[in-house]
Design a protein around this ligand. Structure first.
Ligand code: X90
Length: 279
């Protein structure tokens, strides 16, 4: 049996995975005063509190090729799952690490998956890879099938109360940024096919936003399979949404988790991301 490992960057909001070797490669959140490494040691709530009080500039940085390479360890087959290449250099760094690793070890293989998404859609991809590995699928077969799964069978929608950090760091178009800072409004949007933020609707109040989320998920082909919700300090909204989705799809497999550092920084307090399966 060839040794296998899954490596995802920290935008996946995952620290561990049951049943198969897994490593998270941290991105960083940077201010003039300090640097937050988005790993298991990060106190996410503490970081958010510090950032709320901090008035200066803040930004983020993706892992380097060396960071990815270090995470590969010493295994024969590696799957990398990276945040959208349209908004981050993480995927490109993983591709460089792949080239170096395969050059160094000609009998080893690395498969890099550009999620064209963030947060819980990466989790769905990671879980699907694990499922196929455990079912005994060949490496090449998984590489092919996971790209199909990502492209045709998963999606991401989100609800944001603020686009401040996304706009300040040039990660949304000026047009989308105009939706930011409007008091009491929530922006509901989705990850576009190109892996960028696509604003869909501005909603007044959280209840409306949650109803809009449920409706757009249906419009995008969600039929209540696996659903992964990641919230940025908004467990009540995540639980309300879970109940609403259960009404529609009683058998849906729904899990709620908290955003780690990178997604908390960009989704901001109150934000929520939902990765879903579609047909
Ligand atoms: O390389 C870096 O410094 C990281 C940059 C990441 C920028 C975008 C992060 C988005 C996080 C926000 C809502 C969902 C967006 C979906 C996009 C496809 C989450």
């Amino acid at each position: 049996m060839l040794s296998v490992k899954i490596v995802a960057d920290s935008s996946a909001d995952m620290l561990t995975l049951d049943g198969i070797s897994f490593t998270s490669v941290p991105l960083k959140i940077i201010t003039a005063e300090r640097e937050y490494v988005d790993d298991a040691d990060l106190d996410v709530e503490g970081m958010i509190k510090n950032l709320d009080a901090y008035k200066g500039k803040s930004s983020t940085a993706c892992p380097s090729p060396a960071d990815w390479l270090a995470a590969f360890g010493d295994v024969e087959r590696v799957f990398c799952v990276a945040i959208t290449s349209s908004l981050s250099g993480s995927c490109n760094a993983a591709k460089i690490a792949k080239r170096d690793y395969e050059e160094l070890h000609p009998d080893r293989r690395v498969c890099v998956i550009d999620s064209l998404s963030a947060g819980p859609e990466l989790r769905l991809i990671v879980e699907k890879i694990a499922e196929m590995v455990e079912a005994g699928c060949e490496f090449e077969e998984i590489c092919e099938k996971i790209e199909e799964y990502r492209k045709h069978n998963t999606g991401l929608v989100f609800m944001l109360e603020s686009l401040k950090n996304l706009a300040n760091n040039g990660r949304v178009s000026p047009l989308a940024a105009k939706a930011a800072g409007l008091l009491g409004l929530r922006l509901v949007g989705k990850a576009s096919d190109r892996g960028t933020l696509e604003p869909l609707e501005k909603c007044r109040g959280e209840r409306r936003a949650l109803e809009t989320l449920r409706r757009v998920m249906q419009e995008f082909g969600c039929t209540g399979g696996k659903l992964r919700i990641a919230h940025a300090g908004n467990l009540p909204a995540a639980e309300t949404l879970q109940a609403m989705l259960k009404e529609l799809w009683p058998a849906a497999d729904i899990q709620i988790s908290r955003c780690r550092g990178l997604c908390s920084f960009y989704a901001e307090r109150g934000g929520m991301l939902i990765g879903f399966e579609k047909n």
